[in-house]
Write a protein that binds this ligand. Structure first.
Ligand code: HPA
Length: 245
């Protein structure tokens, strides 16, 4: 069963035929909300709103461990994360969709592993390719079949938030090689890898990153809502095709 973790702009899936909602407890505490089980194009899926169904949980307070553990308990075999980002690379302008292929993690103080006890052997995961290659291809193929333009590959810079970045921080991220910037990609991807669940993401560019193009003198929050509303329609279209395939 496929899991979809929805971020800002995607707190529910309109085309989901709802089967049941399940409040799950985990050894790591409570997930962001109930797991919503249903069918998308006749295929079973489970949906989880990363920031809660009322969008009340900020990126640095999301219980990523509980979210991932809950999906693991539900025996999902793949996770697609949908997350909004700021665009750094010039071609990634508001409304664009991209399937990232790399991550640089700038977050701090988040519980970023399931292996933090001194009474177990040290665990290192291979994270050379942070996103599952086959799942990335599945998303890109579905997007092509749906006729939706989705860019292939971007380096995702994960920042702490909840504030947006300074223009100088974005310059630094660009020098580091980041193409997009978001606040929730980590530790989510690493925790999925620890649990052995294939994980990939669809990033929606909500705004030019701080100091860039239309955000040269500040980020306009009003236009973000409009951009996300339109772009999430295209994301839903891609998700439908993933399930149809
Ligand atoms: N920075 C970080 N996260 C974001 C942004 C941004 O500009 N836009 C949407 N999520």
């Amino acid at each position: 069963m496929l899991a979809i973790i929805g971020g800002s702009g995607l707190t529910q899936l309109a085309s989901l035929d709802l089967i049941r909602r399940e409040v799950v407890r985990t050894p790591y505490g409570e997930p962001s909300g109930a797991l919503t089980f249903g069918r998308l194009c006749h295929k079973p899926v489970v949906f989880l709103a990363r920031h809660g169904y009322g969008h009340t949980i900020p990126p640095h307070r999301v219980n990523y461990q509980a979210n991932l553990w809950a999906l693991h308990q539900a025996k999902v075999d793949a996770i697609i994360s949908v997350a909004s980002v700021g665009g750094i690379r010039a071609d990634l302008c508001p409304g664009s969709l991209v399937v990232p292929n790399q991550i640089i993690d700038y977050t701090w103080g988040r519980k970023s592993t399931f292996h933090e006890n001194f009474d177990e052997a040290v665990v290192h995961i291979d994270f050379t390719e942070p996103y599952d290659l086959a799942l990335r291809q599945r998303i890109l193929a579905a997007a092509a079949a749906a006729g939706e333009k989705v860019a292939d590959g971007a380096v995702y810079g994960a920042t702490q938030g909840p504030r947006l970045e300074t223009a100088a921080e974005i310059n630094r991220l660009e020098r580091d090689g980041c193409d997009v910037v978001g606040m929730t990609g980590m530790p989510e991807a690493a925790l999925a890898r620890e649990l052995g669940i294939p994980y990939a993401a669809i990033n929606v560019i909500a705004n030019f990153a701080a100091g860039r193009a239309g955000s040269a003198s500040g980020i306009c929050f009003d236009s973000i809502d409009t951009v996300l509303r339109e772009a999430m329609g295209r994301v839903r279209h891609v998700l439908d095709h993933i399930c149809e395939a």
